[in-house]
Write a protein that binds this ligand. Structure first.
Ligand code: ADP
Ligand code: MG
Length: 428
């Protein structure tokens, strides 16, 4: 499936290798809070060093305002990399110019440099030719391994490939291979669980999965827009008015697909609501579809209308237990599941323990994906917040493939070409 040359196809002994990694990791007060991306870069680094390369690593971090934006310095990454590699990693306080050139010239076989944030230079994102050339001048070979950035044509993803022989690293190969395989010849039935904040970010993959998958379930804030499109009053819930026509269009397309073949498109039937995003504010379940919980709880009386309505001051912050169970059922029938986007607001901690008040829907989906109900499908997980959540829960090793790229994985799934991959040399 992967049609580009990789580091396995070239001889790197004694060569200066410029490695583009994606070390855009969350840092709070100088501390890295999630090092998944750094860990995922290790196999390529170890492969190159083991074969006697002189290694120069470059990356971006955050959205720096200029060259002295110390909050966005890659220095903490150099420290963490040193611990993980158990070897010295020299940090160079600029990615081009005098200091970078001097450090590169001194490099010995098996030694590592990490250059300062590429985006300290505005030329990086502009894909400036002179800047790309300067960067390339440090090395003999370019290796692209930053899957999270290959959907952008920047100096360090596209420009640099005009000046150096350019091949893929092992992480890039694994990401592209796994994701394209799932989209082209999945082990069916294929399910897609799409959540998170905005429909706009995920329109293309929604269309793609309606054509491709056997089961599509929607959660998160983006589900609210579908609910509004279905005439449900979501009160204070976050939703996108501008995306209402898109939601209606997707629902129409999904219904048409369900008439043609065995296909399920599920939007939430119940939700967890509260009047404030605050772990000490009580939540309740609103069952706007079947009214079963309310009927049972109030038997033999008629349930109050609030049981099936979101009150004006409330908002939906998670999918409810019916919706979660329905998704879990779909997962039981699937052999491959793509999951992107949390089912609710997962950032809020719980009063006791790590699972917050609006994370139970996401937790139920995770249990299903990991085989708690008997069947464990192959899982592909993507999205910064989604991956961040399973990282915090310590569950990454139990999933099939956990992608390091948010936007890049979405674009690849949508069938788009990634400029940073296209620019690499084709396999012979
Ligand atoms: P990813 O980064 O995994 O692709 P997104 O960025 O699309 O996911 O969405 C994750 C964000 O969506 C989180 O910040 C989460 O708090 C938010 N979110 C999910 N459900 C809701 C909801 N019901 N109301 C408000 N925000 C939500
Ligand atoms: Mg996100």
């Amino acid at each position: 499936m992967f049609t580009k040359q990789t580091i396995r196809d070239i001889d790197v002994h004694g060569k200066v290798v410029l490695l583009r990694a994606d070390y855009n990791v969350p840092i709070e007060k100088g501390k890295i809070t999630d090092d998944y991306r750094i860990k995922q870069s290790l196999p390529t680094i170890e492969y190159l060093l083991g074969r006697g390369a002189k290694l120069i690593i470059c990356s971006h971090l955050g959205r720096p305002t200029g060259p002295n934006d110390t909050a966005n310095s890659l220095f903490p990454v150099a420290k963490r990399l040193k611990e993980l590699l158990k070897r010295d990693v020299e940090f160079v306080p600029d990615c081009v110019g005098d200091r970078a050139e001097k450090a590169a010239a001194k490099l010995q076989n098996g030694e590592v440099l990490l250059l300062e944030n590429l985006r300290f230079h505005a030329e990086e994102e502009k894909n400036d030719e002179a800047f790309a050339k300067q960067l390339a001048s440090l090395a003999d070979v370019f290796v692209q391994d930053g899957f999270g950035v290959v959907h952008r044509a920047h100096a360090s993803t596209e420009g640099v490939t005009h000046f150096l022989p350019s091949v893929a690293g092992l992480l890039l190969e694994k990401e592209v291979d796994t994701i394209t395989n799932v989209m082209h010849k999945p082990d069916r039935p294929l399910a897609a669980i799409i959540g998170g904040a905005k429909i706009a970010d995920k329109i293309d993959i929604l269309h793609r999965f309606i054509e491709l998958a056997d089961f599509v379930a929607i959660g998160g804030a983006m589900a609210n827009t579908f609910l509004v499109a279905e005439g449900i009053d979501v009160a204070q819930s976050l939703y996108d008015k501008a995306d209402l026509p898109v939601a209606k269009d997707i629902l129409r397309k999904a219904r048409a697909e369900a008439k043609k073949r065995r296909f399920i498109f599920a939007i939430p039937r119940d939700g967890v609501v509260a009047h404030k995003v605050d772990k000490s504010v009580p939540t309740r379940i609103v069952d706007w579809s079947a009214h079963v919980i309310a009927d049972i709880e109030n038997y033999p009386h008629r349930p109050p209308t609030r049981a099936s309505h979101i009150l004006w001051q409330e908002m939906i912050l998670d999918i409810g237990p019916f919706s979660g169970s329905f998704i879990a059922g779909g997962v039981q029938l699937a052999n491959t599941v793509v999951w992107n986007g949390t089912m609710g607001v997962t950032e809020t901690d719980g009063l006791q323990g790590p699972v917050g008040p609006y994370a139970h829907g996401t937790e139920l989906v995770i249990e299903a994906l990991l085989g708690q109900f008997g069947h464990k499908p192959f899982t592909v997980v993507g999205g910064g917040d989604t991956v961040g959540y399973i990282e915090n829960r310590g569950l990454v090793p139990y999933f099939g493939h956990v992608s390091t790229g948010g936007g890049a994985s979405l674009e690849l799934m949508a069938g788009r070409k990634l400029p940073g991959v296209e620019a690499l040399q084709d396999k012979k």
